[in-house]
Write a protein that binds this ligand. Sequence first.
Ligand code: FE2
Length: 324
Amino acid sequence: MPKVLLCDDELMNRKVASKILKKEGFEVVEAENGLEALEVLENESVELILMDLMMPEMDGYEATSKIKTNPKTAHIPLIIISALSDREAITRGLKLGANEYISKPFDITEFILRVKNAVKMGELQNNKNEKDIIFILSKAAEYRDNETSMHTVRVGEMAAFIGQKMGLRHDEVELLRLSAPMHDMGKVGIEDAILLKPGKLTDEEFVKMKEHAQIGYNILSQKKTPLLSLAAQIALTHHEKYDGSGYPKGLSCDEIPISGAIVAVVDVFDALLSERPYKKAFSLEKTLSIIQEGSGNHFNPKIVDLMMQNIESIKKIRERLSDS
Ligand SMILES: [Fe+2]
C-alpha cells in the first residue's frame, strides 16, 4: 500500500484529503507544518508528499527546498497544493524542486489521478535507478572474476527463458532476468590467489571459494527490494544440488528455491561451453551430456528436461549474446 505524507496546517483540509486518499487505498501520514513533515521523513519512507505552502513554524517552500536537496528524500515525488490565484507561489515551489501542483479547491477526480500518476512516476524512476545500480554491481563483480562479460548476461537471459517455460509470471521472469547475472557477486570477497588460480583448487582453497555464495547473499540482502531479495536468494542457492550434496546449506529437491535451481543449470551450461583459463570450451554435445548426467543428482530434472526440449532457443540466446 503506497504511503502518502500529507502536510497541511488546516485540520479540515487534511481530513478531506486523507479520507479521499484512504478510500483509494493509500496509507496516509499527516503533518501540520514543514518541520513536522521533515520529522516524519526522518523515520518513515513514503511514496508521495502533498505539500501546502502557507503554514506556521516552517512553510511549504522551506520544507520543499529541504526535502529536494536532501539525497535521502529528493527522489520522493512532491506535489504542492495551493490556491488557484497563487500562480507566483506555484512557480516558486516548482523552482524549488516540486514535481507538480494541484490548485485548491481541487476536483476530486483530478486530484486522485494526479496523485496516482505521481506515485507511478516515482516508482518507475526508482526501479530504473535500482536496475542501473544492479547493472553496475554486476559489472564490478565481473572485473574480479575471470568470467567473460557476456557470461552473466547470458545466465540472466537463459534463466528468464527457462523461468518463462516453467510458467512463472511475467514480472517474476523479468526479476529473474535482472537478478540472475548477480549470482557470483560474492566473488568480490574471494582473494585473487584463489579466484584467479589457473589450476585446480586445493581442498582448503575450495572451502574458501565456496564462501562466495554466503558473501553474495550478505551483500545483496542489505536492502529488501523485490529485485535484490531475489538476487540474494540466487547468490545463496545457485550451488545447492538436487541430491543435497551442494553448498552452503546442503538443501535438496524442492528445498532449493526455483530461482537458484534454474541458475545452477544455466550457469554450468554456459560455463562448460566457454573457454576458461583452466579449460578449453566443450562442444555442445559434450556439454549436454554432462548436464544430462547431472539430472536428478546435481540438477533439478524438470529444469534439465526443459533445457533439452528447448535447446534450439537456448542456443540462439548464446549466439545472440556471444562474447565477440
Ligand atoms: Fe557461483
